[in-house]
Design a protein around this ligand. Structure first.
Ligand code: CDP
Length: 228
């Protein structure tokens, strides 16, 4: 591929976006960019500083003035997030507490403004597969191909439950389902950049599909759009 392309993927929590975006990036020799990790980093840093992200959003906003976030090619097709000069330990972002706090910080207008140009600048890395909640609608409105990847709430709870690192000790499939339902409710109902399918996105409903099947579909639509 000589030109640079952008593939944009949105969808609700635990829909399998990351798995598919990673597989797609590998198969196309492109870069995988997970914007959820960027919001999770802000949540993680806020929690570390003892900021109450629900009741004191102004403290998160004030902290943005002293925080820095840059991205670095990790040499393996993904990006490292460099937060305040240090690479973020991604495993520390995958806790239930950080997940819920990420949805709360993602509602703060100043956080979204702070993030937008940094995310758009990821286009400079090369051909990218970027996933999140507002990539098709806000971040990359001119993306080559756009997707909304989803699954039933039951299937998504099962998938998240199977990712052992991500769930709180003692969690049940019901409590995991409730957590992702609450996060989706918040993500869909916030006034700025809410989670919703872009009218020009291909919707892929993934119940009963393997990650490879979803990836095949993404690549087929992308090739058609890019006329490759
Ligand atoms: O991995 P999972 O689908 O559970 O979530 P994630 O993609 O890591 O995103 C964590 C949270 O960040 C979401 O619940 C959203 O509130 C927020 N987010 C967002 O607002 N906009 C994005 N482009 C990506 C994530």
């Amino acid at each position: 591929m000589s030109n640079l392309y952008q593939i944009a993927i949105d969808g609700p929590a635990a829909a399998g976006k990351s798995t598919v975006a990673k597989l797609t990036a590998k198969r196309l020799g492109a870069f995988y960019v997970n914007t959820g990790e960027m919001y999770r980093t802000i949540a993680w840093a806020s929690l570390k500083e003892g900021i109450d992200v629900v009741n004191a959003p102004e403290k998160v906003e004030a902290a943005l003035k002293r925080w820095t976030m840059t991205f670095q090619n990790d040499g393996k097709g993904e990006i490292d997030i460099i937060f305040n000069g240090h690479p973020v330990v991604k495993a520390e972002l995958r806790t239930a507490e950080v997940a819920m706090a990420s949805s709360n910080v993602a509602k703060i207008p100043a956080v979204r403004t702070w993030m937008l140009q940094k995310q758009r600048d990821c286009r400079l890395l090369g051909t990218i597969i970027m996933e999140g909640r507002d990539i098709c609608t806000v971040v990359l409105p001119d993306a080559t191909a756009k997707f909304f990847i989803t699954a039933t709430p039951e299937e998504r709870a099962r998938r998240r439950f199977a990712q052992s690192g991500e769930i709180a000790p003692g969690a049940t499939i019901q409590s995991v389902a409730a957590e992702i339902a609450e996060r989706d409710r918040q993500d869909e109902n916030r006034p700025i950049a809410p989670l919703k399918p872009s009218p020009d996105a291909t919707v892929i409903f993934t119940d009963g599909m393997t990650p490879e099947q979803v990836t095949d579909k993404v690549i087929a639509v992308f090739k058609e759009k890019a006329q490759l």
